[in-house]
Design a binder for this molecule. Structure first.
Ligand code: SAH
Length: 240
């Protein structure tokens, strides 16, 4: 008798880990490509950190990263979710969404590959335009192939184009000053990272009309900000 079991899958182990400018979930863009100044590194673990395993990858501008939504695993999965795109009101099926709360908690992001570094500490892929939390476990990497991975004329479904939610971000004097000091010391483009990250309005749909103060961490920096009419004002920047 032939038995089909939905339970049998090949075991999956992580081949690497993400080091990201986003140390906490709040603020992370809803998809890759939205925040051009976001960046991080993908560190490969042994035995997958052999240079031969990424031979030829450097000629691609973008890669697919398959990963585990590790911080959603403990929260379990849900049959339906309320995507932020629909104002947090309407429900859609989990398989009609990109929500982390899915069976197996697997995520998929196309990111820019900006470099490959071999260091004493290991083998690293430098990546940008990410939507990944720091310490995200990675399960696979593949090159992005434009002719087949991008489909001209494909329907956006219920997901609005990102320009329709973009906000203008302004900086208070003190915040702007701290930003440029941090940039000079670290070489990181903090100001544009803050502006682009806030520009895609990270607030939950239910809080879109509030004016309270928010905190968000980028790299090792605490950012305090609030809504000021249609714009967002960055009040203060402090290091951890
Ligand atoms: N591009 C991916 C992810 C979309 S969901 C995909 O389509 O599969 C994006 C959200 O996932 C982010 O806003 C962030 O809050 C969340 N996220 C990113 N990395 C995560 C992780 N390791 N664990 C839990 N949630 C994560």
């Amino acid at each position: 008798m032939i038995e089909f079991s939905s339970q049998i899958i090949s075991p999956i182990s992580s081949i690497g880990i993400i080091h990201s400018c986003y140390p906490e979930k709040f603020g992370i863009p809803r998809q890759p490509g939205l925040v051009k100044s976001s960046s991080g590194r993908l560190e490969l673990f042994p035995p997958w950190n052999r240079e031969e395993m990424i031979k030829g990858l450097d000629v691609f501008s973008h890669i697919w990263i398959q990963f585990l939504f590790h911080e959603a695993v403990a929260e379990g999965w849900r049959p339906t979710v309320r995507p932020p795109w629909l104002g947090g009101q309407k429900r859609v099926g989990i398989f009609a969404s990109r929500s982390p709360h899915r069976p197996n908690h697997l995520g998929l992001s196309v990111v820019r590959l900006t470099g490959i570094r071999k260091e004493k500490k290991g083998l690293f892929l430098e990546i940008a335009e990410i939507d990944l939390l720091d310490k995200t476990p990675v399960v696979d990497i593949k090159p992005y192939i434009p002719y087949s991975d991008s489909v001209p004329g494909a329907s956006d479904g219920f997901i609005p184009p990102p320009e329709s939610v973009r906000r203008e971000v302004v900086f208070a004097e003190a915040a702007a000053q701290s930003c440029s000091e941090y940039e000079q010391r670290t070489g990181r483009r903090l100001r544009s990272l803050i502006a682009e990250t806030l520009g895609q309005d990270p607030r939950p749909a239910s809080q879109r009309h509030q004016t309270r103060e928010y905190g968000m961490t980028l790299w090792d920096v605490n950012v305090r900000w609030q809504a000021l009419g249609e714009r967002f004002l960055v009040l203060l920047i402090g290091e951890e």
